[in-house]
Ligand binder design. Sequence first.
Ligand SMILES: [Zn+2]
Length: 267
Amino acid sequence: MAFDSSSGVPLLLGGADIAPVHEHNTAGRSPFLFTCDHYGRLLPKSLGDLGLPESELTRHIAWDIGIAGVAASLALQLDAHLVAQRYSRLVIDCNRPPGVASSIPIISEATMIPGNDGLSREQTATRRREIFDPYHRRIDEIIDARQHAGMPTVLVSLHSFTPVYAGIARPWHIGTLYQRDRSLAPRLLKALRAEGDLVVGDNEPYAVSDLTDYTIPVHAEARGLINTGIEIRQDLLADQSGQQQWADRLARILREIETTLRAEAFV
Ligand SMILES: [Zn+2]
């Protein structure tokens, strides 16, 4: 295990681990800024397998299955900046306020996470400092830079959800998630419903809240940015062609929405 040379505190990430923040199309000119809190499922080498079998580390409790392919293609098609977190939400959930029970979960759905049980305050702080903070610091920097450059920012937080949670099947193909901003989600809802072949969730399967979310409340709402969350059902993103189809569809819809936002001087 590696230690911080000045404080002597054990480090989470070592030389064999890659950086937590992934960015795509950083020079993108689109008003849309995509975030992806649950993009990856890497584990720092120092945490081993968190005491879990591979079958648990590849399912929805560890990451948002299929969303990485959608996010990368959307960023490319819309010439938009994407910022994403490569490490598993089981290490620390980058869409939870630090300190809440689901931030570093001891149990997720019905799975106990042995590697998260009995963490010291120092170990908890290390996960935040090395995984959570760099990601959110980077989102802050990106939005600051856009504001200084006079570029509008419409924050779209991309997620995917499991088709069955705790034994309950979810009927929605896609959902919009929002709390305080009401400029974007209603437009997106209307456009998705107009597609005619989708079951669309209005704040389903989740609604945004200050207690259960971090990215939208802290980066978008607190700064007064137009925003929405998007959740896509994971069985629809199981392969590359499904991911591409959803990226194509959302790119088309978001282009149309951008036109209406510009016409109404929102961006
Ligand atoms: Zn997610």
